[in-house]
Design a protein around this ligand. Structure first.
Ligand code: NDP
Ligand code: MG
Length: 381
């Protein structure tokens, strides 16, 4: 049995990770973290009996400690690091947002293998993470479906034979609406993704196309390829998840039904591609057509902003990410309108002064400055 530490156990990705480890039975779940979903957290504790559990609030920690005296509990950011590095082996980071950065870095420094769903980690600190992965001679395997697809397609040739990466996008909840039809969309509508059931933040990110923007930056760092050679294309069916075009212009694509358990299992079992009774075969004849549309940067301006932030490098990917995280949480609380998410990101990118080769401390400081500026302006509205 191999050791596994899992951050974000109660989330959409976290629960699917648990489903796979229950099925495959090669991992021993040593530590977990969850936030506020205590009811589900307790079920997980009782089934998997982890040795260490990190939760958000002190009150929850105290109550849980009384209920489960044999398990160690912690709370707050430091305890996320303890949970991430509790036992040597593999970390699955399925946290949402910037909070995932420090635990990932701490685990790499311990030489752990990283299976990464938390894309924000690579977006804000991609250079630092790549450097640390080399220094500590360990690997990071993507869980995000597009990156898992690209990772698999890239095994058909060598790095210098790659011409471009193509990332597909379903178009999210509002793909058939014009910009003027987006003015008054509600939170409930934004949370209705046509193909995937995911956590609220990434579902909103899919509707704004910010998710694709984060994925472009994530791909840049994961596969060390320049932005000019990372393309996105609308593919409403979400059957092709990623494609790699080689220099001879042949394209290798990865196809499967939209089911996150597949990239999760691949990462957990890598390099094996194992059968799973719950996975369904793709019936192409039944599907009959796959459709594609050129990405529309006017309809989805946030994607252009992500490319702009990515190409600028330095602090700008962190600024893009922080502005988006705050804007999405304000939208989910009903404090701003849907289209204001883009306005907030644009304003942050325009007003923030960039800096090359920032340290982690400088990235964290930029992140918190952007958040404070936006909250001061919008939370009083
Ligand atoms: P969810 O919102 O469903 O889950 C997030 C998890 O993190 C929950 O366990 C939550 O705890 C915990 N959490 C949230 N905020 C904090 C915090 N401040 N401190 C500690 N724990 C916290 O998210 P998803 O599973 O959808 O997404 C996770 C990551 O994976 C994201 O980065 C997303 O972009 C990426 N991803 C997700 C996909 C999907 O299909 N869902 C697909 C590809 C990538 P609790 O609920 O108990 O409060
Ligand atoms: Mg994705």
């Amino acid at each position: 049995m191999k050791n596994l530490c899992l951050l974000g156990a109660t989330g959409s990705i976290g629960t699917q990770v648990l489903e796979i480890i229950r099925e495959k039975n090669i991992y021993n779940l040593k530590s977990i973290s969850f936030g506020k979903n205590i009811k589900l957290g307790k079920k997980i504790i009782e089934e998997f009996q982890p040795e260490y559990v990190s939760v958000l609030s002190e009150a929850d920690m105290v109550n849980l400690q009384n209920e489960y005296p044999k398990i160690k509990f912690g709370c707050g950011e430091d305890s996320l690091i303890t949970a991430a590095t509790y036992a040597p082996g593999t970390l699955v980071n399925a946290l949402v947002g910037m909070v995932g950065v420090k635990p990932t870095i701490a685990a790499i420094k311990k030489g752990m293998r990283i299976l990464l769903a938390n894309k924000e980690t690579l977006v804000v600190a991609g250079d630092i993470i790549n450097r640390l992965l080399q220094e500590h001679e360990t690997e990071l395997i993507p869980i995000d479906s597009e990156h898992s697809a690209l990772f698999q397609c890239l095994q058909s040739g060598s790095k210098k034979e790659v011409n471009r990466l193509i990332i597909t996008a379903s178009g999210g909840a509002f793909r058939d609406r014009t910009r003027s039809e987006l003015k008054d969309v509600s939170v409930v509508e934004a949370l209705r993704h046509p193909n995937w059931e995911m956590g609220p933040k990434i579902t909103v990110d899919s509707a704004t196309m910010v998710n694709k923007g984060l994925e472009v930056i994530e791909a840049h760092y994961l596969f060390e390829i320049d932005y000019e050679r990372i393309e996105t294309i609308i593919h409403p069916e979400s059957i092709i998840h990623g494609m790699v075009e080689y220099n001879d212009k042949s394209i290798i694509a990865q196809l499967s039904l939209p089911d996150m358990r597949l990239p999760i299992q691949y990462a957990l079992m890598y390099p094996q591609k194992l059968s799973n009774p719950k996975f369904r075969s793709l019936d192409l004849a039944e599907l009959s057509t796959l459709t594609f549309k050129k990405m529309d940067f006017e309809r989805f301006p946030a994607l252009g902003m992500a490319y702009q932030a990515g190409k600028a490098g330095g602090l700008m990917p962190a600024v893009f990410n922080a502005a988006n995280e705050v804007a999405v949480s304000l939208f989910l609380k009903g404090k701003i309108k849907f289209l204001e998410i883009e306005d907030i990101i644009e304003e942050a990118l325009e007003s923030f002064e960039n800096q090359a080769n920032p340290t982690l401390e400088e990235i964290l400081a930029a992140d918190s400055k952007v958040r404070t500026c936006i909250l001061e302006k919008y939370e009083v509205k």
